[in-house]
Ligand binder design. Structure first.
Ligand SMILES: Cc1ncc(COP(=O)(O)O)c(C=O)c1O
Length: 393
């Protein structure tokens, strides 16, 4: 009999189990909401990216249903063959006007937008200068591009400058940062990096996946928040987080977008969104314009919960956004914290290496606009109890 050529995978999984890092997928029994039923247990949900509660917003549901009835369940093709429907173009126009850029291209996910774009605009003679905590999709895009990769310490524009000073003036350079860092909730050093990009002639790119719908006027993101319009050549956003549905997009000049239509591989070689998803995203943009009070509620909840965790004495890092980490240290301890919180009725996912540094494992909390004060106070009480039990406060 043939021996299993994949047996080494089971050995790696056994190692994860021994280290207390093996995770079972938690299963949502119903909708993605502020209190959800997960693994048959009702818990206050502090783990989603559903910042504005739009996954279940009635306007998004109604428009998705309407598109489903009128246009069917799928697009049936990649965009460049037969899969560009009028509703895809409408979504791109709406996003371009939202982001205040000439044009937008929508990808199947934020991951595909980052990886596909970096890999398309750079090649092996180029260099990318990247914050050390940038998202995995940026890192993969850099690897796929075959450009040289220079990493600077988190948010350290001085270090980025030293990297740039040592590079040949005529080499093509991409300077890239997350707008909001997904595991720490702090903001990229946008003003300083934009100034560097101008000084050294770099392409400036910002991944605003966690900022769109959260920062800036009506949720226009960190470029708007910092007043950097016109100074960022490539803006990435996601439709999977605050927008509540699925997808990613790149906003920039008409030439950039036309180029990506021709060269971004996830765009060229993967089927476009079902029309209902595009319709839900357009409805979400309407909500951002018509109901900005939802964003204000998100921020009120953020201030309340972050202050509560800090008052309890947890290490919450340097977060400036609705993402607040509770840093435990060892991976196994973070997983224990997450498990105990869950048993007590709070879902905050544990996150360990390789997603974060080995000694900075954490549970990551994300509040949404739809959490009630009672839910957040309950979560704080549970954090207080479990944190004391595990010696974290
Ligand atoms: C910073 C950042 N960029 C990009 C992505 C990818 O977005 P999506 O979930 O739409 O693929 C994520 C999501 O995990 C993220 O946190």
């Amino acid at each position: 009999m043939r021996s299993d050529p994949l047996s080494y995978l089971s050995a790696e999984l056994d190692t994860l189990k021994q280290q207390g890092l093996f995770r079972r997928l938690r299963i949502l029994d119903g909708e993605q909401k502020s209190t959800s039923t997960i693994d048959h247990r009702q818990v206050v949900n502090l783990s989603s990216n559903n910042y504005l509660g739009l996954t279940t917003h009635p306007k998004l549901r109604a428009r998705a249903l309407d598109a489903l009835e009128r246009l069917g369940v799928g697009s049936g093709s990649v965009r460049t063959i037969a899969g560009t429907m009028a509703i895809h173009m409408e979504l791109e126009r709406r996003l371009a006007s939202f982001k205040n850029t000439e044009a937008v291209v929508v990808f199947q996910s934020g991951f595909a937008a980052n990886a596909g774009t970096v890999a398309a605009v750079l090649s092996k003679d180029d260099v990318v200068v990247s914050d050390e905590l940038n998202h995995a999709s940026i890192i993969d895009g850099c690897r796929l591009s075959r450009a040289a990769i220079k990493v600077f310490p988190h948010k350290d524009a001085g270090a980025a400058r030293r990297v740039l000073q040592d590079l040949p003036g005529n080499q093509r350079k991409l300077l890239i940062t997350d707008g909001v860092f997904s595991m720490d909730g702090d903001l990229g050093a946008l003003p300083a990096l934009c100034a560097l990009a101008e000084e050294f002639g770099c392409i400036m790119m910002v991944d605003d996946a966690h900022a769109s719908g959260v920062f800036g006027r009506n949720g226009r993101g960190t470029i708007d928040h910092f007043g950097m319009h016109g100074r960022v050549d490539i803006q990435v956003g996601t439709l999977s987080k605050a927008i509540g549905a699925l997808g990613g997009y790149v906003a920039g000049s008409r030439a950039l977008i036309e180029f990506l239509y021709h060269r971004a591989r996830p765009f060229l070689f993967s089927t476009s969104h079902p029309p209902a998803v595009a319709a839900a995203c357009i409805a979400a943009l309407d909500v951002l314009e018509e109901e900005p009070q939802i964003i204000e509620r998100l921020w009120e909840n953020t201030r309340f919960f972050k202050a509560g965790l800090q008052a309890l004495g947890f290490n919450t890092g340097l977060s400036e956004s609705p993402i607040t980490p509770v840093i435990a240290g060892e991976g196994a301890l973070a997983m224990k914290l997450s498990d105990r919180l869950f048993e007590e009725g709070v879902f905050a996912q544990g996150i360990a290496y390789p997603t974060v540094a080995r000694d900075k494992a954490r549970v990551r909390t994300i509040v949404t606009a739809t959490h009630t004060r009672e839910e957040l106070q309950f979560a704080l009480d549970v954090f207080a109890k479990v944190g004391r039990e595990l010696g974290l406060r």
